[in-house]
Design a protein around this ligand. Structure first.
Ligand code: CMP
Length: 140
Protein backbone atom coordinates (compact mmCIF):
# COMPACT_ATOMS: atom_id res chain seq x y z
CA UNK A 1 0.00 0.00 0.00
CA UNK A 2 1.49 3.30 -1.11
CA UNK A 3 1.66 6.47 0.91
CA UNK A 4 -1.52 8.47 0.50
CA UNK A 5 -3.14 11.62 1.84
CA UNK A 6 -6.43 12.28 3.53
CA UNK A 7 -8.23 15.45 4.56
CA UNK A 8 -9.17 16.14 8.17
CA UNK A 9 -11.13 18.82 10.01
CA UNK A 10 -10.90 19.37 13.76
CA UNK A 11 -14.42 20.72 14.31
CA UNK A 12 -15.60 23.69 16.43
CA UNK A 13 -16.31 21.46 19.46
CA UNK A 14 -12.59 20.52 19.45
CA UNK A 15 -11.24 24.09 19.18
CA UNK A 16 -13.76 25.35 21.77
CA UNK A 17 -12.52 22.80 24.33
CA UNK A 18 -8.77 23.30 23.56
CA UNK A 19 -8.53 19.74 22.23
CA UNK A 20 -6.51 20.38 19.08
CA UNK A 21 -3.25 19.22 20.68
CA UNK A 22 -4.85 16.15 22.26
CA UNK A 23 -6.46 15.12 18.95
CA UNK A 24 -3.23 15.77 17.04
CA UNK A 25 -1.38 13.53 19.50
CA UNK A 26 -3.75 10.66 18.69
CA UNK A 27 -3.29 11.29 14.96
CA UNK A 28 0.51 11.31 15.23
CA UNK A 29 0.63 8.29 17.55
CA UNK A 30 -1.30 6.37 14.88
CA UNK A 31 1.56 7.03 12.46
CA UNK A 32 -0.16 9.73 10.41
CA UNK A 33 1.94 12.79 9.59
CA UNK A 34 0.28 16.24 9.66
CA UNK A 35 1.78 17.69 6.45
CA UNK A 36 -0.60 20.66 6.16
CA UNK A 37 -2.57 22.48 8.85
CA UNK A 38 -4.43 25.78 9.16
CA UNK A 39 -6.87 27.19 11.70
CA UNK A 40 -9.71 29.01 9.94
CA UNK A 41 -13.31 30.10 10.35
CA UNK A 42 -15.46 28.44 7.68
CA UNK A 43 -17.82 30.73 5.83
CA UNK A 44 -21.43 29.67 5.26
CA UNK A 45 -20.59 29.18 1.56
CA UNK A 46 -17.54 27.00 2.30
CA UNK A 47 -19.48 24.81 4.75
CA UNK A 48 -22.44 24.42 2.37
CA UNK A 49 -20.12 23.50 -0.50
CA UNK A 50 -18.08 21.09 1.60
CA UNK A 51 -21.18 19.22 2.83
CA UNK A 52 -23.12 19.53 -0.46
CA UNK A 53 -23.68 15.73 -0.63
CA UNK A 54 -25.74 16.02 2.57
CA UNK A 55 -27.90 18.96 1.45
CA UNK A 56 -31.13 16.95 1.32
CA UNK A 57 -30.55 15.45 4.79
CA UNK A 58 -32.68 16.74 7.68
CA UNK A 59 -29.56 17.65 9.65
CA UNK A 60 -27.95 19.78 6.88
CA UNK A 61 -28.91 23.17 8.38
CA UNK A 62 -27.75 22.13 11.83
CA UNK A 63 -24.49 20.76 10.38
CA UNK A 64 -23.66 23.97 8.49
CA UNK A 65 -24.58 26.13 11.46
CA UNK A 66 -22.38 24.06 13.80
CA UNK A 67 -19.42 24.01 11.39
CA UNK A 68 -19.53 27.82 11.12
CA UNK A 69 -20.05 28.36 14.88
CA UNK A 70 -16.34 28.61 15.72
CA UNK A 71 -12.85 28.04 14.34
CA UNK A 72 -11.87 24.73 12.77
CA UNK A 73 -8.46 23.28 11.95
CA UNK A 74 -8.19 21.94 8.39
CA UNK A 75 -5.44 19.38 7.88
CA UNK A 76 -3.74 17.18 5.32
CA UNK A 77 -2.63 13.86 6.82
CA UNK A 78 -0.14 11.59 5.09
CA UNK A 79 0.78 7.96 5.66
CA UNK A 80 0.39 4.36 4.56
CA UNK A 81 -3.28 3.75 3.81
CA UNK A 82 -4.07 7.17 5.32
CA UNK A 83 -7.78 7.32 4.35
CA UNK A 84 -8.74 4.01 5.98
CA UNK A 85 -6.29 4.45 8.85
CA UNK A 86 -7.73 7.86 9.81
CA UNK A 87 -11.27 6.49 9.66
CA UNK A 88 -10.19 3.77 12.11
CA UNK A 89 -8.55 6.34 14.38
CA UNK A 90 -11.65 8.60 14.29
CA UNK A 91 -14.13 5.82 15.12
CA UNK A 92 -17.81 5.65 14.14
CA UNK A 93 -19.66 8.88 13.22
CA UNK A 94 -21.87 8.46 16.28
CA UNK A 95 -19.60 8.51 19.37
CA UNK A 96 -22.02 6.16 21.14
CA UNK A 97 -21.02 3.51 18.59
CA UNK A 98 -17.31 4.37 18.40
CA UNK A 99 -14.69 1.84 19.55
CA UNK A 100 -12.61 2.38 22.69
CA UNK A 101 -9.55 4.53 22.16
CA UNK A 102 -10.86 6.26 19.03
CA UNK A 103 -11.00 10.07 18.82
CA UNK A 104 -14.80 10.18 18.76
CA UNK A 105 -15.15 7.74 21.67
CA UNK A 106 -12.67 9.76 23.73
CA UNK A 107 -13.71 13.30 22.86
CA UNK A 108 -16.96 13.61 20.86
CA UNK A 109 -20.12 14.98 22.43
CA UNK A 110 -22.77 13.81 19.94
CA UNK A 111 -23.29 12.64 16.35
CA UNK A 112 -23.48 16.26 15.24
CA UNK A 113 -20.62 17.59 17.39
CA UNK A 114 -18.29 14.70 16.70
CA UNK A 115 -14.88 16.44 16.94
CA UNK A 116 -13.38 15.37 13.60
CA UNK A 117 -14.10 14.85 9.92
CA UNK A 118 -12.06 12.56 7.68
CA UNK A 119 -12.40 11.82 3.96
CA UNK A 120 -14.30 8.63 3.08
CA UNK A 121 -12.24 7.77 -0.04
CA UNK A 122 -8.96 8.67 -1.72
CA UNK A 123 -10.93 10.34 -4.52
CA UNK A 124 -12.88 12.56 -2.09
CA UNK A 125 -9.67 13.28 -0.17
CA UNK A 126 -8.18 14.89 -3.29
CA UNK A 127 -11.33 17.00 -3.84
CA UNK A 128 -11.52 18.05 -0.17
CA UNK A 129 -7.79 18.88 0.10
CA UNK A 130 -8.05 21.01 -3.06
CA UNK A 131 -10.90 22.99 -1.48
CA UNK A 132 -8.62 24.26 1.32
CA UNK A 133 -4.95 23.79 0.36
CA UNK A 134 -2.64 24.83 -2.44
CA UNK A 135 0.29 22.46 -3.13
CA UNK A 136 2.63 25.11 -1.71
CA UNK A 137 0.76 24.97 1.66
CA UNK A 138 1.78 21.32 2.11
CA UNK A 139 5.26 20.30 3.25
CA UNK A 140 5.75 16.56 3.29
P1 CMP B 1 -18.72 14.17 8.98
O1 CMP B 1 -17.78 13.03 8.86
O2 CMP B 1 -18.15 15.52 9.10
O3 CMP B 1 -19.72 14.13 7.71
C1 CMP B 1 -21.07 14.50 7.78
C2 CMP B 1 -21.48 14.91 9.14
O4 CMP B 1 -22.87 15.00 9.35
C3 CMP B 1 -21.01 13.87 10.14
O5 CMP B 1 -19.63 13.92 10.26
C4 CMP B 1 -21.82 14.25 11.37
O6 CMP B 1 -21.16 15.22 12.17
C5 CMP B 1 -23.05 14.89 10.75
N1 CMP B 1 -24.21 14.06 11.03
C6 CMP B 1 -24.42 12.81 10.62
N2 CMP B 1 -25.59 12.36 11.10
C7 CMP B 1 -26.13 13.38 11.82
C8 CMP B 1 -27.33 13.53 12.54
N3 CMP B 1 -28.21 12.55 12.65
N4 CMP B 1 -27.54 14.72 13.16
C9 CMP B 1 -26.64 15.73 13.05
N5 CMP B 1 -25.48 15.63 12.36
C10 CMP B 1 -25.23 14.45 11.76
Amino acid sequence: MATERTFSILKPDATRRNLTGAVNAVIEEAGLRIVGQRRIRLTQEQAEKFYEVHKERPFFGELVSFMTSGPVVVQVLEGENAVAKYRDVMGATNPAQAAEGTIRKRFAESVGENTVHGSDSAENAKIEIAQFFKDSDIAA
